[in-house]
Design a protein around this ligand. Structure first.
Ligand SMILES: C[S@@+](CC[C@H](N)C(=O)[O-])C[C@H]1O[C@@H](n2cnc3c(N)ncnc32)[C@H](O)[C@@H]1O
Length: 124
């Protein structure tokens, strides 16, 4: 990885691969205060397929976070407005005490891109 900041460890891999989660756990040597996810699929233009793939990625990011976060920790994750929006937000509410959805000024006008800001992770 080019231009990685000093002290950063870059792990390049597929987030759907459990070996990647295991590697992050081992490098971190403990639980995290924050997980951020900017995951997005390569769009095909086939709406149902793109939406299913986006859902798979955000579900995987949430599963990753639930294995990785300390109690009380936070997560910020990209999601796209779509039919599954409420289900996705509810899945975060099952794990965090506070869940907000934000739009950033940096997103392109007309983009369906949003960010979930989830705080107060509750370990089950
Ligand atoms: C919106 S871009 C993120 C850009 C990034 N924030 C940056 O500044 O370079 C979405 C990223 O998700 C990655 N991605 C998609 N599916 C993935 C997967 N299964 N595992 C890991 N990364 C994935 C893509 O490779 C792409 O780089």
């Amino acid at each position: 990885v080019k231009n990685a900041p000093a002290g950063a460890i870059a792990i390049v891999g597929d987030i759907l691969d459990p070996a990647v989660t295991a590697r992050v756990q081992s490098e971190l040597g403990g639980r995290a205060d924050l997980v951020t996810s900017d995951l997005a699929p390569k769009l095909t233009g086939i709406a149902a397929r793109d939406e299913a793939r986006s859902r798979e990625l955000i579900d995987c990011a949430l599963t990753f976070a639930t294995t990785m976060l300390k109690p009380g920790a936070s997560m910020v994750a990209k999601l796209f407005m779509g039919a599954q929006f409420k289900d996705i937000v509810d899945s975060f509410k099952a794990h965090f005490g506070s869940v907000e959805v934000r739009r950033t000024k940096a997103s392109r006008p007309g983009s369906s891109e949003l960010y979930i800001v989830a705080r107060d992770f509750r370990r089950s």
